[in-house]
Design a protein around this ligand. Sequence first.
Ligand code: NAP
Length: 250
Amino acid sequence: MFRKTVLITGASSGLGAEMARQLAARGHDLALCARRTDRLESLEAEVAAAHPDRRVEVRALDVTDDEAVFEVFRAFRADFGTIDRVVVNAGIGKGAPLGTGRYDANKATAVTNFVGALAQVEAAMEIFRAQGEGHLVVVSSMSAMRGMPRSMTTYAATKAGVAMLAEGLRAELYGKPIKVSVIYPGYIVSEMNEGVEQATPMMVGTEKGVRAMVDAIERERASACVPALPWEPMKHLMKHAPLPLFRRLI
Ligand SMILES: NC(=O)c1ccc[n+]([C@@H]2O[C@H](COP(=O)([O-])OP(=O)(O)OC[C@H]3O[C@@H](n4cnc5c(N)ncnc54)[C@H](OP(=O)(O)O)[C@@H]3O)[C@@H](O)[C@H]2O)c1
């Protein structure tokens, strides 16, 4: 099924911005939001120049502002008439080892990545239930496969949490016209991981990584580790490797 209008949160940089470019190239209209509206406006101009037939609307949104999440999603629906797909993508990669005095960073990660995602899922589902159809896409992470040490602990927990929200909905909606996908990206170049590129041989470029994400989204895969290589096989290793081996892997 072709989902014409796609709402993407966290569209001002990285994976969200590149998903917008690639989905526009595939014929989708776009509802884009994030806090940095200057970035959204440049992206809107870029997409309009490359694909003049596409419609793009942008709005400022901080996903930690619950009320704003509902207002902005409803406003986008009013703009387009229908929202066919929502990509819950906004996220931060802050975080510090637990008990090292950085509760502020871990809480910010939990509030943005989990509570913010919960608000987005609620707002999206309100629209999809009213329409009787839609496609919810949640951007999780390969780090959701197993509890992660050090600065990744809270981040990984939030990403496991959002995946479980989506899986619960999928079980509830089984056989109904509202579909749910969970995308588990591996390392893909973005602002979030600037600086770690050299240290991580499994990192792929933004365009390549996002192409794998967009392919999985367009096929409405229930869940997809992307890019499939190495991450589909890595999923099993991450889940089942004995702890001494797992600690050497990450
Ligand atoms: N890159 C990877 O390797 C990787 C791997 C696994 C999962 N992911 C996930 O992919 C998603 C996108 O991340 P990215 O890698 O593309 O990082 P990024 O370049 O830092 O982009 C993050 C996006 O989230 C938005 N955002 C952050 N906090 C927000 C808030 N409070 N309200 C609204 N928007 C907010 C940012 O926009 P503003 O700052 O303008 O608001 C930005 O557009 C995240 O959920 C991340 O956890 C990434």
